[in-house]
Design a protein around this ligand. Sequence first.
Ligand code: PHE
Length: 343
Amino acid sequence: MEQLLNKIEAFKKELEGTIAADAKQVEEFRIKWLGTKGVVKDIMGEMKNVAPENKKAAGQALNEFKIFAETTYETLKQSAAGSQQSTATAIDLSLPGDAMPLGSRHPVVLMKNRIVSIFQRLGFAVAEGPEIEDDWHNFGALNLPAHHPARDMQDTFYVQQNPDWVLRTHTSSVQIREMEKGKLPIRMLMPGRVYRNETVSARSHCFFHQVEGLYIDEHVSFADLKQTLYFFVKEMYGKDVKVRFRPSYFPFTEPSAEMDVTCFICGGTGCNICKKTGWVEILGCGMVHPNVLTNCHIDPNKYTGFAFGMGIERPAMLKYGVNDLRLFSENDVRFLRQFTSAI
Ligand code: PHE
């Protein structure tokens, strides 16, 4: 009996000295003292060894010890939770936060967004397509049958594994994909990356970006084409910019034209950028060739349409004063960091 009481006393001392800093230590305490294989359960088992005359006193002492262990557990639990709370409130919420470095948009994306947003105001929607194209979408359907000499206008990358595949040389391929869907009218913009087998230099690259546009409906005329592009130019380059169309040739449009604007660097008086002509070429355009419509199962006697296509890098170079095309694809943050804009 005496032994048992001494044991209880020793355990009480141990309990008194116990601290628990966090929930994990509180749980360790519970397992050690109150768990199914814990100290309290264990010592309770000693009752059976106590002589009958001492059972009452022993039972009382054991009960007291059990309650003591349980209240110690509750106290520890509360103080651990409280200490966590108090560290939380110890954070000074009025201190400034860590600065989050903000990225910037790529200049090509900025220019693309600008172009797209102008045409969107005229009701043009955006369509995208694959960069690896089959011969039909990149050439055939666009009135460029095999061996057509105009295929040489764009030096093409062919995909080795499949002679029918090319890296698209223009986003006109997406125009075909839109027309093939058979939903008319179409008023679409096709922005995207295109590839041409050219020597990489400050002025040309083996890939660049375009925005093409397509409008197909009944009674669409060349006048609609001109008005649409006039609107674009005024919004893009300002009210004073003059426009001229030069007759040109594209297999997929007839008639075809190239559009120049007065040089936005020198205002038309002549400088290095416009090679002293006062004009800068910005896009190709024309009325969609009836063969192209037929290839896409659209009746050319009922529907007409216009298409246009422009590069993005050149206007971006002029706007941001970039003198080397290669900078756009080198991913040098010192270059990229200079462009900040909400668009
Ligand atoms: N696809 C032509 C090019 O990449 C641009 C163009 C598009 C011209 C539509 C006329 C009509 O050069």
